[in-house]
Design a binder for this molecule. Structure first.
Ligand SMILES: NC(=O)c1ccc[n+]([C@@H]2O[C@H](COP(=O)([O-])OP(=O)(O)OC[C@H]3O[C@@H](n4cnc5c(N)ncnc54)[C@H](OP(=O)(O)O)[C@@H]3O)[C@@H](O)[C@H]2O)c1
Length: 271
């Protein structure tokens, strides 16, 4: 496929690099910052364009700007994109495909392609796309082409309808971000105990592996899951003594876990 990338940021450039490695051709990169655009374009052997420039012929225009700017950029590029090719996508898991309405009105097939992966920079992102799952919101021939694109990069495609995007994105945030909140807390508590956070790595990695082998609910261990109310109480008192600023958050998470584990006595005691 010939691709035009609009928005040379982390996700757009990561996808472009991965697609290029897989044998697709990135014919142009369009951006509002000339320097960033030309860095990304030269890494891909593509033309560097301004957002308002005409685009070369392409099979797919990828609108890779931040979520809030998708609608505005779609309006700005509508004429050039529709002249360039038949289809356009954005990369958001939260924004509906209707954000590309100006491109649909100009005659393009529209959809979205959301990599369920964290892409911290273009090079790491490109490497992490292989093996990642990707949510495809599109119909007809565009859906088929996006499934092929995903497969060529080594991604696992799945269908997601627009109606479920908000709850899907909440799930992705819960999976990717909520564990980090707990780990930030754990890091502080290990530090209060004089123990390196690095010591927890095998434990944390096993917990994540268990969650995908046994299911997250069945992987719960520890005093809350066992209903060991006395041990939970001594933990809560220790956190209040050694890390008082974390005491409320720790207790809140104990209550959440107790509800999941069905440990009613603990849930009621600390709610
Ligand atoms: N990064 C991830 O982990 C990840 C994962 C999956 C999906 N996504 C999706 O990928 C999309 C892009 O995210 P990102 O993380 O790549 O963001 P990013 O690194 O901030 O890149 C966004 C790009 O869009 C450009 N841009 C922003 N507003 C613009 C505007 N009004 N007009 C023209 N260009 C504009 C930015 O240019 P400037 O530098 O000039 O602002 C930058 O080149 C989002 O829809 C996001 O949800 C991201």
């Amino acid at each position: 496929m010939r691709l035009v990338i609009v928005g040379p940021g982390r996700a757009g450039t990561a996808l472009a690099l991965a697609a290029s490695t897989a044998g697709h051709r990135v014919v142009a990169v369009a951006g509002r910052d000339p320097e960033a655009t030309s860095v990304a374009a030269s890494a891909l052997g593509a033309d560097a364009l301004d957002i308002s420039d005409p685009m070369p012929e392409a099979d797919l225009v990828v609108v890779a700007v931040r979520d809030d700017a998708i609608g505005e950029v779609a309006s700005a590029i509508a004429t050039a994109a529709a002249a360039a090719g038949p289809a356009a996508i954005h990369l958001s898991g939260a924004v509906p495909v209707s954000a590309l309405a100006p491109l649909a009105a100009a005659g393009m097939a529209t959809g979205s392609f959301h990599p369920l992966q964290t892409l911290p920079d273009p090079a790491r992102g490109a490497a992490r796309l292989a093996g990642a799952w990707v949510a495809i919101t599109a119909g007809g021939a565009l859906r088929d082409r996006l499934i092929e694109l995903a497969g060529s990069i080594g991604m696992h495609p799945f269908d997601l309808d627009d109606e479920h995007k908000a709850v899907y994105h909440a799930a992705a945030a819960a999976a990717a971000n909520f564990p980090l909140g707990a780990l930030v807390m754990a890091e502080s508590l290990f530090s209060a105990a004089g123990v390196s956070f690095a010591a927890a790595r095998p434990l944390v990695e096993t917990v994540v592996a268990n969650a995908f082998e046994l299911g997250p609910r069945s992987s719960l261990t520890g005093p809350v899951a066992r209903g060991d109310a006395g041990t939970v109480e001594s933990q809560i008192r220790a956190v209040a003594e050694y890390a008082p600023s974390l005491a409320d958050d720790f207790r809140t998470l104990v209550v959440v876990l107790a509800r999941i584990a069905g440990a009613t006595e603990i849930e009621e005691r600390w709610s």
